[in-house]
Design a protein around this ligand. Structure first.
Ligand code: GLN
Length: 287
């Protein structure tokens, strides 16, 4: 393997042999990501000679992909709502579906910014910081706290805040849900673990074997995290404050009911790019 074009050919063949769909696209995407080249540069730069170190890195990456490690974990970063986010073993890989939650919250956050001049947001189980950082990037008046049970995830989120130029408006808190949270927020947002424990073994290996279990496993009925959040939220929300949640495709009614029991009312339910219910916005209506 000497040139970029040869590396792409080798990768494509190996990935196809291993039964991966879209082997040609994945080969280009993976190698481009590793070498910091765009898809176009991979296409047009086929003559480029690779160093031994680059070749070794590409071989290693191909074998990791053959074992179903997701492409972005191998590259170590992915794009989310216009940000580049580093990933680590203890962070869920941000999904395009979660951009739906960012988009749904943005007009509400803009309205609060117009009324009050500043918006305080808490992102629980922040992981890479994706949701908090995307909203902070889009809205200069927004300041966010990202909380997580994993210290390692918080380090990753902090690195991502620096990487995207928003470190001055993002801080972190190590916490299991509200356990160590202090202060009051205009918006509380979360993409909590929501998969039923018994379904975890049936997930695709790319998810099951590489996303952190703690970010996926929502307990026996998948709803444990929502119950914790619903029970604690009022004490940390401004009057009339907003909650934004990512949910499983079949959880709209059950999650809404959990929050309604605690005095919240459903403001909006939004579907993801695939047409599944994915986001709930709820407001605190109790006096
Ligand atoms: N959307 C993720 C998946 O289907 C689950 C993320 C979560 O539990 N919050 O793999």
């Amino acid at each position: 393997m000497k040139t970029l074009a040869e590396a792409v050919m080798t990768a494509k063949r190996r990935l196809a042999e291993a039964g991966l769909a879209d082997a040609a696209f994945e080969a280009r995407y993976l190698i481009g990501g590793l070498l910091g080249l765009s898809n176009t540069e991979v296409f047009t730069g086929g003559e480029r000679l690779l160093t031994l170190a680059e070749t070794a890195k590409i071989f290693d990456a191909i074998e990791r992909r053959v074992r179903h490690e997701p492409v972005h974990r191998i590259i170590g970063a992915r794009d989310f709502h216009g940000l580049t986010l580093k990933l680590s073993k203890e962070t869920l890989e941000p999904r395009p579906d979660t951009e739906t939650l960012v988009e749904a919250l943005l007009p509400h956050a803009q309205k609060i910014a117009a009324q009050k001049g500043a918006v305080r947001l808490l992102d629980m189980g922040t992981g890479t910081g994706a949701i908090a950082l995307a909203l902070a990037k889009a809205l200069p008046q927004l300041t966010a706290v990202g909380s997580d049970i994993s210290r390692n995830a918080l380090d990753t989120a902090t690195a991502n805040a620096h990487l995207n130029g928003i470190a001055d408006r993002f801080s972190t808190r190590e916490s299991r849900w509200f356990d160590t949270i202090e202060g009051c927020f205009d918006i509380i947002v979360s993409n909590p673990p929501y998969i039923r424990s018994d379904v975890i073994p049936e997930l695709q290996p790319d998810v099951r074997d590489f996303d952190p279990l703690v970010a996926l496993d929502g307990g026996p009925d998948g709803l444990d995290a929502y119950r914790d959040i619903a029970a604690g939220a009022r004490a940390f929300l401004e009057p009339g404050g907003l909650i934004g949640l990512e949910i499983g495709y079949d959880q709209k009614e059950t999650v809404a009911a959990i929050f309604e029991q605690q005095g919240f009312t459903l403001v909006d339910a939004v579907r993801d790019y695939g047409g599944n219910d994915r986001v709930l916005l709820l407001r605190d209506v109790a006096q």
